[in-house]
Design a binder for this molecule. Structure first.
Ligand code: GLV
Ligand code: MN
Ligand code: MN
Length: 430
């Protein structure tokens, strides 16, 4: 492994090379204008919408302007690679540019545009003769990372690494019955590159923390050791619609009541299990959703996460138990659909160490930490040495239009990404 001490070499921690923070921020703001939510600095670019297409077109233009080789695969992942390395596996970075419906400008976008910024910086340094590279750098954006429209989350990177057949992924429907494959064709991003995609030499993703820890501890860089396990379930509760005034309580089969009880039970489960168990009911819909009608159907989603697989499985068992008991007590039927299930992921110790030493070499404070959110990097960890870099999120807020990261933190994280990628290019993995 390369030592990140100040010896002159191609390894970036030694070159004094730095990214252009203004260029990075101006690209982030330009991309953030697409799908901008009026009166806020937030963004709505749900996967495969017209806004997603416009965001993709802009980023692809920037990739082309840098002379990168662009590949688009059958699930709509876009990967841009430095040319001239003749089939040598790249050091890859990247993330996503789709957002949740009430997202910000940084979640995912930083990882993509930070990667582009690193590559632009490296191309310029090579042109000046300051840097030699033995492998290309590549940056990608992966379809439908959020999974907010087409579950599961991280769908594009999951298919890239062979975790789901592309044929199956293309059949996934959104809540309105729109089909992934049809929408992908519609926006013009069903490409010819083969799936599963070729494994990179290594993968590293830059992302905002989306939580409060770095800010709270005044630490600049999060060195991400792994990602917690994720379990998403959709419940459809079928009851009996009737008059809200005339039907005695003892005769009701009210799925709205059951949904409310399950929400409370999810919260109670997290108290009983303690940290790091988290649980969220993020979506509830009632049919017909009227003030004086006992609903006939309630649909709700449950998101359970834990860093420990055994504990997550115990939480799932407990959850299934109270769903059955609560529904039965009210005489309500239950249909269950698993939307996403990913085990906790541990990143590669060598890559983690390189991220940590890159931050140190740049004089930045860092701490090791797990990721509470899902990320494309957790899929790449299946096929190549992988880790992640976190930067601060102001007030720990994300998946919210007020999401914000200070320019100096964007710059710090992207400089760590630069150093890490250059060192990874020279690192052989055993
Ligand atoms: C993806 O952003 C997730 O963690 O839900
Ligand atoms: Mn993200
Ligand atoms: Mn997100």
């Amino acid at each position: 492994m390369i030592d990140a001490d100040p010896e002159p070499s191609a390894a970036g921690a030694t070159t004094g090379l730095r990214i252009d923070s203004d260029r990075l921020v101006s690209r982030l703001m330009a991309l953030g204008e697409i799908g901008a939510i009026d009166g806020t600095t937030g963004c709505a670019r749900l996967a495969l919408t017209d806004e997603d297409r416009a965001g993709r077109d802009l980023v692809v233009t920037w990739m082309r302007d840098l002379g990168l080789e662009i590949s688009i695969d059958g699930i709509g992942n876009v990967i841009a690679t430095m040319p001239g390395f003749d089939g040598v596996a790249p050091v890859m970075t990247g993330s996503h540019i789709d957002t949740v419906g009430t997202g910000g400008r940084y979640d995912g976008n930083l990882g993509v545009l930070g990667g582009l910024e690193v590559i632009e910086t490296v191309i310029a340094a090579r042109e000046r003769g300051e840097l030699e590279l033995t492998r290309p750098l590549a940056v990608g954006f992966f379809s439908d990372e959020e999974g907010a429209r087409f579950p599961p989350d991280m769908l594009g990177s999951l298919v890239y690494v062979g975790g789901m057949a592309v044929e199956d992924a293309l059949l996934i429907e959104d809540a309105n019955g729109a089909v992934f494959g049809t929408e992908l064709e519609r926006i013009g991003y069903a490409g010819p590159a083969p799936l599963p995609g070729p494994a990179p030499h290594a993968f590293v993703e830059l992302h905002i923390e989306q939580g409060p820890v770095l800010e709270d501890e005044d630490v600049t860089i999060g060195v991400v050791e792994g990602v917690q396990g994720i379990s998403w379930t959709e419940l459809t509760l079928n009851g009996e619609s009737c008059h809200a005034g005339t039907t005695p309580m003892r005769l009701r089969h009210d799925p709205g009541y059951v949904a409310a009880r399950i929400s409370a039970q999810v919260r109670e489960l997290t108290s009983e299990f303690g940290e790091p168990q988290v649980g969220t009911v993020g979506a509830i819909t009632l049919v017909p959703n009227l003030v004086n009608v006992v609903p006939s159907i309630a649909t709700l989603t449950v998101d359970l996460r834990n860093t420990d697989e055994d504990t997550l499985q115990r939480a799932e068992t407990k959850f299934r138990g109270f769903v059955a008991t609560t529904a039965e007590a009210e005489g309500v039927g239950v249909e269950t659909r698993m939307l996403a299930r990913f085990e906790p992921v541990e990143f590669d110790e060598q890559v983690i160490d390189i991220v940590e030493r890159s931050a140190g070499a740049l004089g930045m404070s860092s701490r090791r930490m797990p990721s509470g959110a899902g990320h494309d990097a957790q899929m790449f960890a299946r096929v190549c040495p992988t880790a992640m870099i976190f930067t601060k999120s102001v007030n720990g807020i994300s998946h919210n239009v007020t999401e914000y990261t200070e320019p100096e933190d964007l710059e710090a994280g992207t400089n760590v990404l630069l150093q890490t990628m250059l060192i990874l290019a020279e690192t052989e993995f055993g």
